[in-house]
Write a protein of this length. Sequence first.
Length: 293
Amino acid sequence: MSSLRILGVKPLAFLIVLLALIALPAGLPNAQASTVIAFDATANTNCAFPTCTATLSWSHTIGTGSNRILIVGVSDVPTKTVSTVTYGGTQLTLVAAQNDATDEARVELWYLLSPSTGTALVTVTFSATPSSAVGGSVSYFNVAGIGNFNTADGSTNPASVTVNANSGDLVVDTVTALCHSVASPAPGAGQTQRWDACVSANNLFVGMSDKPASSPVTMSWSPLVVVTSSDWALIGVDLQPAPVTQPAVHPLNVGGEMLPLNLFQVLGPWIAVMLALTVVAVETLVIRRRKNR
């Protein structure tokens, strides 16, 4: 007689229990994970008097990744504010706007979730024709939406702004300040510069960068000018990652109802455990009855 029979359980029942316990973790729900935000593309343009008009446009190409977002940064003078920003005719949403410390320049940050893939025009429409303007765009994949944002202005060097964010997020900023023939502002440690431009007619500098988050995140740019401090304005926004995409669900017709295979993937191991326990219970009952005879 085998040791398994001595324990009151047949080898077949023991095998069913063992296989069910191995399969059980597959039916347990997984912890929700997030994707990693990925850079897609960037583009920018600028104008200076007398070539500026009431609109500033440039071409931006967006790839075919999922959970796309388009971020647009614009700078001009405070008296010529941005009325609208569109991508391929679709309206963007304003995140924030900030004037520099002496109201000589203004920076604005706009965004669009799920922009169409392909190439289209980013068009910025101003309230009136500016003497100079700079605009640029950055697109990313795997973004669920935006979170916190913050603005700052001043005359200290470097320019900086702090944004509350969670690990796994990505903070994007845009800055406006004065540029210089010797050196233009550069982003701080850990930041990746996506684009910058200097309009030589009035030394208007604008740039955008991003940085992986660990709350809080400080974004900075320096030097603002080579010989002295300069007025600046800075906006930072937190991009939140999209959750991991679950495997495709293939429908199964059961009794006229379309049920996802995922349901069976979850319930299958539990059903196996219940069957195994039933077999064990029946075997135990049979053995007890035989002993009582």
